[in-house]
Design a protein around this ligand. Structure first.
Ligand code: BT5
Length: 255
């Protein structure tokens, strides 16, 4: 029913109508030994998750709410690179659509016209410095009209339909996304992060752009200086010296 001509991705697909979160189902599937490449996809999530206990609105049949189960042989501290691999794949797939110019907001947001249209949630299970599995959760707003977006995000979120004034086949985009992901993942395993970094730069913020930076305990502004060879954020510390951040949130700096 998926008809996906893939090497390893989506050989097992768990498709459910309504779930709390596809990540929860995927964690279960992983514990029950589901293979690398297993996909959990839902029409609707009642408790979709973002990072740091934030929520992700996932209204019925309006978007793509899916999780990919991976069993990579990489060190745990490389797991965050898979977020950037995924962001690059999302940007590449969306950029093929006419008049759509995706922008990646490091590390895990895809924006259209500066509004969030997709988010990525990477969760890892490891034991003694060995990855048991990684879940890549992808949420992409596809056919929402502005009224379908929850009030709290209306001003900062968008969908493909809002941007293109057309409805899109969710299934078709899922298939394109999964095939592109498989290719990008295999290339990452083969050649490391460098090729992703190069592609990422086509869709990331511009170097030199002023950004607002927020860490768990601090807030300041600085210039965006790119991403490092490992995928960390390169920017300026409060006193203007270059700094590398592995975990932070960035935004445009608007006075
Ligand atoms: C994310 O978190 O962007 C990760 C989103 C991952 C969602 C997928 S859906 C399939 C899988 N199963 C899950 O349960 N989750 C994953 P973060 O960077 O923390 O952003 C969360 C913030 O984005 C929220 O606090 C809202 O401000 C905003 N937001 C929530 N729902 C949104 C939506 N549908 N579209 C745009 N922005 C949204």
């Amino acid at each position: 029913k998926w008809g996906l001509d893939s090497k390893w991705i989506a050989k097992k697909v768990i498709h459910l109508e309504t779930v709390e979160s596809t990540q929860t189902i995927a964690h279960q599937a992983a514990r029950e030994n589901s293979p690398h490449g297993t996909i959990v996809v839902a029409d609707e999530q009642t408790m979709g998750r973002g990072r740091m206990n934030r929520s992700w609105h996932s209204s019925k049949e309006k978007g793509i709410w899916l999780s990919i189960l991976l069993r990579p042989e990489i060190p745990p501290n490389h797991a965050s690179q898979l977020t950037l691999v995924t962001a690059t794949v999302l940007a590449e797939v969306l950029s093929k659509i006419e008049n759509v110019e995706p922008l990646i907001k490091w590390p895990n947001d895809i924006l259209l016209n500066r509004k969030k249209t997709a988010g990525i949630l990477t969760e890892m299970q490891s034991e003694q410095d060995q990855i048991q599995y990684i879940l890549i959760g992808i949420g992409l707003n596809v056919n929402h009209s502005i009224h379908d977006l929850n009030e709290d995000i209306q001003s900062k979120a968008t969908s493909l339909r809002i941007e293109t004034e057309k409805e899109w086949s969710v299934k078709d985009i899922i298939q394109k996304l999964l095939i592109a992901f498989e290719t990008a993942y295999d290339a990452y395993m083969e050649d490391g992060f460098a090729p992703t970094k190069k592609k990422w730069e086509n869709y990331g913020f511009k170097i030199g752009e002023n950004i607002a930076i927020k860490t768990f305990n601090d807030k300041w502004q600085g210039k965006f200086l790119g991403i490092s060879d490992e995928g960390a954020l390169l920017t300026e510390s409060k006193d203007g010296t270059p700094v590398k951040l592995y975990s932070a949130e960035i935004d445009w700096f608007t006075e």
